[in-house]
Design a protein around this ligand. Structure first.
Ligand code: ADP
Ligand code: ZN
Length: 293
């Protein structure tokens, strides 16, 4: 079986062809330009390759409501040419196969639940901490969409008492993304995150903000595992700092062994590494094929 996968990001599109085991057999990457220019390359990559379905995990915001006129569109993005663009429709018309469609982070959550760190569990939350912050939610065996789709990168945060950075989210200033995404780190410390030594207090601040979001997610959704991916999480010293801060925030209130005794197995990096999004898109394609959509 050959299934197409598209991980559509704000800077690049990663495309792959894989099978029902989650094995990616071919891949290519194209810069995110105007939609027609990028999708021309994407479609050419899949054309005549015998793919039976395609899954798309897209940057957003996107329209996920099947009864909406703009279902399958990228909606209000500032990205040139992509606002109100019928992304799903374009791929469907061009390739004429069933297509799965979801956010990039929901795709990553599904990928990890199917083949990765949350394999065998019926719920997880997947955070990416990169150029932006996003969260994908898988609950009771399904991806969560709700009214629009989760936007947990923009939750409000309580400020660290020693932090005077104003925050750089254009909508909210000091929301989680405005305080803790890669560009916020860079703006606050005047150097790239990857240049900051592991002992730098930047990481204490970073863990402080991420842990707040995770605390809210644990209390609201009670996911069975939380997976933290994205470029910033390559700073692996963050994991123990975040786990400690989460436990401190919870104050022993949530009585689950996963948190109280085994938190190192509860808040984890992706098992699929950088392939979480692409494998997730593959899983979306498989779901679409089974549904015949
Ligand atoms: P994107 O979010 O654009 O898909 P990434 O997940 O790779 O891509 O995130 C890119 C962001 O992560 C940039 O802001 C970059 O500065 C930051 N970043 C990448 N590698 C590291 C690192 N090793 N340490 C800290 N920050 C990093
Ligand atoms: Zn925000």
């Amino acid at each position: 079986m050959r299934i197409g996968a598209i991980e559509a990001g704000g800077t690049k599109f990663v495309c792959g062809i894989g099978n029902e085991e989650g094995v990616i057999e071919a891949r290519a990457s194209f810069p995110t330009e105007q939609p027609e220019a990028t999708l021309k390359q994407v479609i050419a990559f899949f054309r005549d390759q015998g793919v039976e379905a395609v899954g798309i995990g897209s940057f957003g915001p996107i329209d996920m409501n099947p009864s909406s006129l703009s279902y399958g569109y990228v909606t209000t993005t500032p990205k040139a040419g992509w606002a109100e663009y019928d992304f799903l429709g374009m791929v469907k018309r061009s390739l004429a196969v069933p297509c799965g469609w979801d956010t990039d982070v929901n795709a990553a959550a599904l990928g990890e639940a199917t083949w990765g760190a949350a394999r065998g569990l019926d719920s997880c939350a997947y955070y990416t901490i990169g150029t932006g912050i996003g969260v994908g939610v898988y609950a009771e065996g399904k991806l969560v969409h709700g009214l629009v789709h989760p936007e947990g990168g923009h939750v409000l945060t309580r400020r660290h008492p020693e932090d005077d950075f104003a925050g750089n989210c254009p909508y909210h200033g000091d929301c989680l993304e405005g305080m803790a995404a890669g560009p916020a780190l860079e703006a606050r410390w005047k150097t790239r995150g990857s240049e900051l030594v592991p002992e730098h207090r930047a990481w204490v601040f970073e863990a402080f903000y991420i842990a707040q979001a995770l605390t809210g997610t644990i209390l609201t959704l009670s996911p069975k595992r939380i997976i933290l991916g994205g470029g910033v999480m390559q700073q692996t010293q963050l994991f123990p700092l975040i786990r400690d801060a989460v436990r401190k925030n919870l104050g022993g209130y949530v009585s689950a062994a996963a948190i109280q005794d085994h938190i190192e197995e509860y808040i984890v990096p992706p098992d699929l590494g950088g392939n979480a999004g692409l494998c997730g898109a593959l899983a979306l394609g498989l779901t679409a094929l089974n549904r015949g959509a």
